[in-house]
Design a protein around this ligand. Structure first.
Ligand SMILES: [Zn+2]
Length: 251
C-alpha cells in the first residue's frame, strides 16, 4: 500500500495560547492531536507542524504561513488542524475552505460520537477566510473540538470515555478518507506475541478480576469513570479527575 502523508497541526502555541478559560487551547490542541496520531494506522505518515508548546513564529501571521509551508512542502495528502472553540457556544464543528470529501467523511465519523455523548453537532462550516485552509494545497480541515469557555464541554473533554471515542473517530475518519484500512490489524500483526498480549489487556472491555468488579460498578454508578479499559495505566490528570469526581459523591 502507498504511504499517505497527514500533516497534523496543533493549533496555536506560545506566545499565543489561543482561547483560554477552563482550559488552555494550545495545550488541548496538542493533547487531542497526539491522541489522534496514536490511533492512526501505521501506513499513515504523520508530520506535525509543532511538537513543543511554542508556535513556529512569535508573529501570528508568520506562524500561520509556516504551518501552510510545512503542509505544502511535505506534499501532504491531508491537512488537519486541531483547535478548540470559544465565545459562549457549545459543541463541535468542522471548518472547510469549500465543501470537500475529507470534511464530509471525517465529520460523519465524529458525528456518531457526538450523538452518543449528547454533544451538539454544529455541522460543517464554510470558512474561506481561515489562513491554514486557504494556504494549503492538500484537502484541509480545521476541527473545532468543543468550547474552552463551556464548563459542560470541558467536562466532556475530560471524560476519558468521550475523549478516547472522540479521538478514535477523528483517526477513523482520516484513515477512511486516505483509504488506509483499519489500524489494529496492521499494528498488532507486526508485533511480537507478548506485545499483542499486553495490547489486549488494554482493550476497552478487557477482563477484570472478580475482586474489583464492585469497585468498577461503583465508579460507573457515581460518574467517576466510565469503567472501560480496566487494565490501562492512568495519567496523573486522570487520577486527579477521578479523585475530584469522587470527592463530589454523597455531597
Ligand atoms: Zn484556535
Amino acid at each position: 500500500m502507498m504511504e499517505k502523508i497527514l500533516v497534523l497541526d496543533f493549533g496555536h502555541g506560545l506566545p499565543d495560547p489561543g482561547a483560554v478559560k477552563y482550559v488552555k487551547e494550545y495545550e488541548w490542541t496538542m493533547k487531542i492531536g497526539k491522541e489522534v496520531a496514536k490511533r492512526l494506522p501505521i501506513d499513515i505518515k504523520v508530520i506535525y507542524t509543532r511538537t513543543t508548546d511554542k508556535a513556529l513564529d512569535p508573529n501570528k501571521s508568520a506562524d500561520l504561513n509556516a504551518r501552510c509551508s510545512i503542509a505544502n512542502q511535505s506534499k501532504a495528502d491531508l491537512f488537519v488542524s486541531i483547535h478548540l472553540n470559544a465565545g459562549g457556544g457549545t459543541g463541535y464543528e468542522t471548518l472547510v475552505y469549500s465543501p470537500n470529501k475529507a470534511g464530509n467523511i471525517i465529520h460523519a465519523e465524529i458525528a456518531e460520537v457526538l450523538v452518543k455523548y449528547g454533544v451538539k453537532d454544529r455541522g460543517i462550516k464554510i470558512r474561506p477566510d481561515i489562513r491554514v485552509l486557504k494556504g494549503t494545497k492538500a484537502p484541509a480541515l480545521l476541527l473545532e473540538c468543543l468550547f474552552v469557555d463551556s464548563a459542560a464541554d470541558v467536562e466532556k473533554l475530560k471524560d476519558i470515555g468521550f475523549f478516547n471515542d472522540f479521538c478514535q473517530a477523528i483517526a477513523n475518519g482520516i484513515a477512511k478518507f486516505l483509504g488506509v484500512t483499519s489500524s489494529k490489524h496492521i499494528q498488532i500483526a507486526n508485533k511480537p506475541k507478548e506485545e499483542i498480549e499486553v495490547a489486549k489487556q488494554y482493550e476497552k472491555d478487557a477482563p477484570i478480576s472478580p475482586s474489583f468488579k464492585d469497585a468498577q460498578k461503583w465508579v460507573k454508578a457515581n460518574g467517576i469513570s466510565d469503567g472501560t479499559y480496566p487494565q490501562r495505566p492512568v495519567t496523573r490528570e486522570e487520577v486527579w479527575t477521578m479523585l475530584y469526581r469522587a470527592s463530589k459523591v454523597n455531597k
